[in-house]
Design a protein around this ligand. Structure first.
Ligand code: GDP
Ligand code: IMO
Ligand code: MG
Length: 422
């Protein structure tokens, strides 16, 4: 039977818990494939006594039997890739023939990282708050048709290609008043290239479609979140790839009619890291409480995450763009202990109240909230929906009704086991 590709992706500004849930769902699949983004992602997994953060590598890597693919839509930094591989080997995980890399995935060069830093520094107050991993410049070279791809590593003139792209970057860097040391990165970068060569470098679009035809099940793992999508997010405060479901088609070579379930993952509240508008952001002690209880510090950069209440107009927009078929709510445990929980149902703008995510989200003057009763029960040991406090059940039902999609999984802690399926 020809199978479909299920997709799991973030509905907010990233860090919804994608890594954790992909790891939980992995045993149901044969193949896990990342379709976009790069090491700007930090996907955290916790199992046994191990806590591990993945950047380039799909979150199915810690299960024994699954194939993991880095798809063509991904951008890879060889330095970070090598470091990730080494730390996975330390955990005695066998990667042999289990990690495949698309020939069409683009490479992040040391000079891309420097360009990212120079661009951010030049923007001053209007900086994007990039993770400084070189994501923007690498995707710019991809669409500008200058990029280096993983497949190029195998060509004889790879070094020459590297040098000519780097020369071009040096010319671009001369426009900025920015000091840099390229040589610092280069040795490690070429070592990382040797590490990449040890893995199977494949035409992943052919592989994926062939395996689908053979009846293999595939889960596509998104990075970042819908509100960081290059087309539909809070532009320009976004990342440089299509984080939405359509990105799984272009980022893996899967036809739209071959997409199956779309799992939309969201936190029971909302966070954002980096700059940009955030209508439900809390600048008060409630925001501080969410940050502390939720341990809201970036997995990639360690930066404190900005925290706020759930934003329904934004979530509705994300559900629409992705065709979400099932919702996954994470961090429900973090909301225990609030007397009331607020949910944003609309935005006040100078032209009146709107209930949709607008073109320019900075037009929002104030968020309009619906208040729901909170609960005090500690959820971290709960393992069945029926043991939820009635207020949490009520909260979930409210969200399901507003979004028109069922919540099928609730996560109540960072550990693999703290995941409840309906
Ligand atoms: P991702 O980028 O979407 O994979 O998410 P991150 O790993 O960057 O951030 C999610 C953080 O929340 C990680 O530290 C996870 O270990 C943690 N986490 C995931 N699910 C839950 C949950 O249900 N409750 C709590 N308290 N923490 C969670
Ligand atoms: P995961 O996959 C949260 C944010 C950055 C910045 C903007 C652009 O872990 O959810 P970039 O480095 O892409 O040029 O940064 O996007 N950002 C993320 N925020 N989670 C992520 O990934 C992110 N990846 C990028 O903070 O605001
Ligand atoms: Mg993350």
């Amino acid at each position: 039977m020809r199978m479909k590709v299920d997709v799991l992706l973030g509905l907010q500004w990233g860090d919804e818990g994608k890594g954790k849930v992909v790891d939980v769902l992995t045993p149901k699949y044969d193949i896990i494939a990342r379709f976009q983004g790069g090491p700007n992602a930090g996907h955290t997994l916790e199992f046994n006594e191990i806590k591990h953060v993945l950047h380039n590598i799909p979150s199915g890597i810690f299960r024994d039997d699954q194939i993991n693919i880095i798809g063509n839509g991904v951008v890879i930094d060889p330095i970070i890739f090598k470091r990730e591989i080494e730390s996975i080997y330390k955990l005695k995980i066998n990667l042999d023939k289990r990690l495949l890399i698309s020939k069409k995935a683009h490479l992040i060069l040391p000079s891309h990282r420097i360009l990212d830093a120079a661009s951010e520094a030049s923007k001053g107050k209007t900086k994007i708050g990039s993770t400084l991993k070189g994501i923007g410049p690498t995707y710019m070279d991809k669409t500008g048709r200058n990029g280096l791809r993983v497949g190029d590593i195998l060509s004889k003139d790879f070094k020459q290609k590297y040098l000519s792209l780097t020369e071009k970057h040096k010319r671009l860097l001369s426009m900025y008043d920015f000091k840099y040391k390229l040589e610092e990165y280069e040795e490690g970068w070429f070592e990382g290239i040797e590490t990449i060569k040890k893995f199977l470098i494949i035409d992943s679009e052919h592989y994926i479609n062939r395996e689908m035809a053979n009846g293999k099940s595939i889960l596509a793992e998104g990075a970042q979140g819908t509100l960081l999508d290059i087309d539909f997010g809070s532009y320009p405060y976004v990342t440089s790839s299509n984080t939405i479901c359509a990105g799984a088609c272009t980022g893996l070579g899967v036809a739209p009619n071959r997409i199956g379930e779309v799992f939309g993952i969201f936190k029971a509240y909302c966070t954002r890291v980096g700059s940009g508008p955030f209508p439900t952001e809390l600048h008060d002690s409630t925001g501080e409480t969410l940050r502390k209880k939720g341990n809201e510090f970036g997995s990639t950069t360690g930066r404190p995450r900005r925290c706020g209440w759930l934003d329904l107009p934004a979530l509705k927009y994300s559900v629409m763009l992705n065709g979400v078929t099932a919702l996954i709510m994470t961090k429900a445990d973090v909301l225990s202990g609030f007397d009331t929980i607020k949910v944003c149902s609309g935005y006040k703008t100078k032209d009146g109240i709107i209930d949709y995510f607008p073109h320019d989200i900075t037009c929002v003057e104030e968020s309009i909230y619906t208040e729901l009763p909170g609960w005090s029960k500690n959820l971290t040991h709960v393992n069945d929906f029926k043991d939820f406090p009635s207020e949490l059940t009520n909260y979930i039902k409210f969200i399901e009704k507003e979004l028109g999609v069922p919540v099928t999984i609730v996560s109540v802690g960072p550990h693999r086991n703290q995941t409840i399926e309906h």
